[in-house]
Design a protein around this ligand. Structure first.
Ligand code: ADP
Ligand code: ASP
Ligand code: MG
Length: 415
């Protein structure tokens, strides 16, 4: 059971999470719970670091950020003990989560769950601080924003759990962010394939890596509300999904940045140099556009997007490479967004992209970059246009609760 930040934001909510964990235990389950930092704690810790330094040392950043989830776990253990059960809180390191050494976005390499299993055998409820581990060089690491989801899935795999329940502030995975689209529809099931595309294009309800991990280790995810006791969304293998709607969801992100290298000499190996350097600096490059000059000897332009948080590092990484290659200039646009539509049904359906572009044109929204996969179409647009774009696409593809996709007979609806 994993409880996100807003589900443990204050004493009352932490106690509610504690009661829910205890109820699962009293139902006869052995329970491992992963908690996030309370409310906006992680943002506040990031703010504290920014008061100290423009470029905080990543190792120290992890020492700082990992404290938020430890607080939640220790407090929750106290509440559970008062409810007459025995609970033990563990840091990521104590829980045996071993990662690589890339601070602030470390990857899990191994989960040595012996201590968790022993505690479960002794009848204890185990609480694990989410979003963190210990590196192969014995330092505290964190797993990237939203990383508690990945902690939960990795532990579920390690203890061979029946299900990994992700308790959050919405009642499941929706056809769009319910904060932006009020009539978004809750999805009963979503395939790993679609959820991967949704998570990678901004549906932060599940961290991308948690979905990758679940697919690779065959973990059953149930994403559900921590406030009401209703069935949420199951993320399952494709063979288990019953329906194949053309479009499943509209996703978005408003924290993209675009970098353009203007005047790149048209020579073999230039792109390799640029993107190898960015990969080595651990920058997550998303969309890439390179235009090939028509005339021999002319220069090319290479543009790509990165998460806004990676912009500074990307720029610093590129400056020496650009000088070496003889690039004319590096331009950055920090305020970019992205809107995407995802659906396994579009694989065999022409015309979906054309409709997306038409809808955005009618909204007078300029598309700056486009990328596609067999089940996703993404457009980079100005960040401030994102909410309108999401609502327009959600409406045009009739994804809402009142749309054609909710045609269940009366009586079977909303059970
Ligand atoms: P937690 O703190 O529980 O980890 P997050 O804030 O990380 O929660 O993720 C839940 C949020 O994800 C929701 O409040 C919602 O605004 C947002 N979200 C974005 N896209 C979707 C979507 N398609 N379905 C559900 N929630 C979404
Ligand atoms: N507390 C971390 C964050 O805010 C991890 C998480 O909540 O999953 O990103
Ligand atoms: Mg989250």
């Amino acid at each position: 059971m994993k409880f996100g930040g807003s589900s443990v934001a204050d004493a009352e909510r932490l106690k509610r999470a504690a009661r829910r964990i205890v109820a699962a235990r009293e139902d006869g389950n052995r329970v491992v719970a992963v908690l996030s930092a309370r409310g906006k704690t992680t943002d506040e810790l990031v703010g504290l670091a920014a008061e100290m330094s423009d470029a905080p040392d990543p190792r120290e950043m992890d020492m700082l950020l990992s404290t938020g989830e430890r607080i939640s776990c220790a407090l929750c253990a106290m509440a559970i003990n008062d409810l007459g059960h025995r609970a033990i809180s563990l840091t990521g390191s104590q829980a045996g989560i071993v990662t690589d050494t890339s601070h602030t976005k470390a990857r899990i390499l191994d989960v040595r769950a012996d201590r968790i299993k022993t505690a479960l055998d002794e009848g204890q409820i185990v609480l694990v601080a989410g979003f963190q581990g210990v590196s192969t060089s014995h330092d505290v690491t964190t797993l990237g924003r939203g990383g508690s989801d990945t902690t939960a899935v990795a532990l579920a795999a390690a203890v061979d759990a029946d299900v990994c329940e992700i308790y959050t502030d919405v009642s499941g995975v929706f056809s769009a962010d319910p904060r932006i689209v009020p009539d978004a529809r809750k999805l009963d099931v979503v395939s790993f394939e679609e959820m991967l595309e949704m998570a990678s294009s901004g549906a932060k309800v599940l961290q991308l890596r948690s979905v990758e991990y679940a697919r690779n280790h065959d973990v059953r995810i149930h994403c559900r509300s921590s406030f009401e006791d209703v069935t949420g969304t199951f993320v399952v293998g494709e063979q288990e999904t019953m329906e194949h709607p053309l479009i499943t969801a509209v996703t978005h992100s408003t924290d993209e940045a675009r970098l353009s290298l203007v005047g790149v000499p048209d020579e073999i190996g230039a792109a390799a140099k640029i993107f190898t350097a960015l990969a080595d600096a651990n920058c997550n490059v998303d969309m890439i556009i390179q235009n090939e000059p028509l005339e021999e000897g002319r220069k090319a332009e290479v543009s790509f997007t990165v998460p806004r948080g990676d912009l500074r590092v990307a720029r610093e990484t590129l400056e020496p490479i650009a000088a070496e290659l003889g690039v004319d200039s590096i331009d950055a646009v920090p305020e970019m967004g992205k809107v995407s539509i995802v659906g396994a049904g579009m694989k065999s359906h022409p015309g979906v992209a054309a409709k997306v572009f038409q809808v955005l044109a009618e909204e007078r929204i300029n598309i700056e970059m486009i990328s596609t996969s067999p089940i996703k179409i993404s457009c980079v647009i100005a960040a401030d246009k994102v909410p309108d774009a999401v609502r327009a696409l959600h409406g045009a593809f009739e994804l809402g609760a009142g749309g054609i996709q909710a045609e269940a007979p009366i009586g079977e609806q909303a059970r």
